[in-house]
Design a binder for this molecule. Structure first.
Ligand SMILES: [Zn+2]
Length: 366
């Protein structure tokens, strides 16, 4: 098996900041760590382009360094991981012969490979750096608000996430993500910055990184539960195999609402219609909880020519991209977590009341 390597640089290569994600491969051919020194030596780790078509992170880093710190006089050291310049060249999440990079970090389910070994090395490097925080930047499809996802419910993690958005998602599945692998060592986030290429996504991410670079520390004092809305995944929803589906007025078995992705991050009342059923020969949707159990009947009712929700629920990652729906899923369902911190809840393993260790939230695309 081929050995894979990541490169480490202690400077920004000349000309790299001039390149869009799709041209990075001309200067760096694989995963690369770039260390830039700032006044505070405890670094902020920022990961971009683990998925080659999710360019917002790189766009934000480029603008941050070109316009705000042309001489790299950063308030805090910055370590940038550029994940997959080869996939970025082709504007793809990953190449056909590559695994999903954000499933290859320690603790994941990927079989041992050159990639899992490579990301184990990068992970160990991050741990040596003892960073202030690790921020892994992504995009998604569909109309989703910007939000941060955390993997441990602690005040400092919530505080860092809430600086990006008042909506915060908690997940422990899928395994093998960068933020999950680092969560027990430092505040660690996955940022979802809307769709790739949206200028306000880059603006928001840029100003967030600027804020993080100026933080002296991340307080562990309890956060205001009113100001942070925390959700966790309870199910993944698929279109059932063999069911013909479309959007709007189409003669398919399942005609989903044209504007379905407007439901993302909306708390929908029971009885909300996802679309029309033109055929009931097969159950149109399947909802699966993180343990793999079929929980469709807990969330959907199929009758009277409609797909309706049976309880209050909040979807996310709804998309109208048929390829994403077929390869990944239609959406995730989320429940609100009501959290309260007392003095004691600061340890890495403690969860607030109401969250059981058996709750294993499901999988954002991340
Ligand atoms: Zn991603």
């Amino acid at each position: 098996m081929v050995a894979l390597d990541f490169k480490e640089l202690n400077h920004m290569p000349d000309g790299l900041l001039e390149r869009p994600a799709s041209a990075l491969y001309q200067q760096i051919d694989g995963p690369t760590l770039i260390h830039l020194e700032g006044q505070n030596k405890c670094p902020l780790v920022v990961s971009v382009l683990q998925h080659g078509n999710e360019v917002t992170g790189w766009e934000a880093v480029r603008r941050l360094l070109k316009n705000h710190y042309p001489n790299y006089e950063l308030p805090r050291s910055l370590v940038i991981l550029i994940g997959n310049p080869q996939a970025a060249k082709h504007r793809l999440r990953r190449l056909d012969d590559q695994p999903d990079f954000n499933r290859c970090w320690p603790g994941g389910n990927e079989v041992d490979s050159a990639y899992t070994r490579l990301f184990r090395q990068v992970h160990d490097r991050f741990r040596e750096l003892k960073p202030l925080a690790v921020i892994d930047i992504h995009n998604n499809t569909g109309l989703n608000p910007h939000y941060a996802a955390i993997n441990l419910i602690r005040p400092d993690y919530l505080r860092l996430a809430a600086l990006f958005s008042s909506k915060v998602v908690y997940f422990t599945m899928p395994a093998g993500t960068l933020s999950l692998s680092m969560a027990q060592y430092c505040p660690s986030l996955t940022l979802e910055c809307g769709q790739a290429g949206e200028i306000h996504g880059t603006d928001h991410t840029l100003s967030y990184l600027e804020t993080c670079l100026h933080l002296d520390e991340i307080s562990s004092n309890p956060v205001n539960a009113e100001a942070v809305h925390l959700f966790h995944m309870v199910a993944t929803v698929y279109v059932n195999d063999g069911v013909l589906f479309g959007f709007g007025r189409v003669p398919a078995d399942l005609a989903l609402r044209q504007d379905l992705d407007r439901f993302n991050f909306c708390e929908l009342p029971a009885g909300t219609s996802f679309g029309d059923l033109n055929s009931l020969s097969k159950q149109p949707l399947v909802a699966v909880n993180p343990d793999g159990a079929d929980v469709t009947a807990d969330y959907f009712f199929f009758g009277q020519g409609q797909v309706e929700t049976t309880r209050e629920i909040m979807p996310s990652m709804l998309t109208q991209d048929r390829r994403v729906i077929q390869q990944d899923c239609l959406c995730y369902l989320m429940d609100r977590i009501h959290f309260e911190f007392d003095e004691a809840v600061t340890g890495p393993d403690q969860l607030p009341e109401g969250i059981n260790r058996s709750d294993r939230p499901g999988a954002p695309t991340l």
